[in-house]
Design a protein around this ligand. Structure first.
Ligand code: SAM
Length: 235
């Protein structure tokens, strides 16, 4: 997979050198580049914003540098505009994006990017407008980081143990069950007996019940979407 990120704060993306995306690059699964949008400005001050037509507070990102940047790095790509008015980012969307060959993140700042840039992008690639959640960040960089991390860990060959992807939260529509490690007793708190039983069928049943219970308590909104929790009424 190839990922390009266009931003006015390239240093914000430094964590992509570390951790999981860094590992994916080392494994040859990911080719990643971060670009400073100001590279595509033509004036002395490297201006990327201007006042909004129609008035109002704040500034809007100018179309010219974005048009130039996307023409250069995003031909044929899936172009992700991070925006609070986009479709919510989910694990299902992370899976879908992990199957795309080339993602380009356009990180907005100020009041956002001139709408014509999004229309232009749709003529050179496939546009996705994606929100990290129902809140407003200062810029799209954190969203690009989060989406990249969620997508890259799903790339085939990335996880040493692919099983861990199958079991985790949201993989089957449920939140993950509680997890424990050694010691078996800590500060008077014991690991549930069933996990020490060695009975794999019982352990699997317990985990499934715990996942269903936790989902019902914390995220009941997830339940109608899954047919995966038969027996929840018995809990
Ligand atoms: N005026 C915009 C609005 O109300 O929709 C918010 C602009 S915000 C201050 C600046 C930039 O941060 C946005 O263009 C977007 O790229 C990014 N951003 C803010 N919140 C986001 C979110 N929840 N998800 C993804 N990107 C976000």
């Amino acid at each position: 997979m190839r990922i390009d990120v266009v931003t006015i704060f390239p240093d914000y993306l430094a964590p992509l050198e570390l951790s999981l995306p860094g590992k994916a690059r080392d494994k040859g699964l990911l080719d990643l580049a971060v670009h400073d949008l100001r590279r595509w400005t033509t004036d002395r001050h490297h201006t990327v914003d201007d006042t909004p037509y129609g008035g109002g507070a704040g500034m809007v990102m100018k179309p010219e540098p974005w048009g130039q940047a996307l023409d250069e790095v995003a031909q044929g790509a899936t172009i992700v505009f991070t925006t609070p008015s986009g479709e919510p980012f989910t694990q299902a969307l992370a899976h879908e994006l992990s199957g795309h060959e080339h993602l380009v993140f356009a990180c907005g700042r100020y009041e956002g990017i001139d709408q014509r840039v999004i229309e232009h992008a749709a003529t050179i690639g496939t546009v996705r407008e994606i929100s990290l959640g129902d809140y407003v960040l200062n810029g799209g960089e954190v969203a690009a980081l989060a989406i990249t991390e969620a997508v890259v860990r799903l790339l085939p060959g990335f996880m040493g143990n692919a099983e861990s992807l199958v079991e985790e939260s949201h993989a089957d529509g449920l939140l993950e069950y509680p997890v424990y490690t050694k010691p078996a007793s800590w500060q008077g708190r014991d690991v549930p007996d069933v996990l020490l039983s060695g009975d794999h069928a019982r352990i699997a049943r317990w985990r499934r019940e715990q996942a269903a219970r936790r989902t019902a308590e914390r995220r009941p909104d997830l339940l109608p979407a899954t047919g995966a929790i038969g027996g929840l009424a018995d809990l």
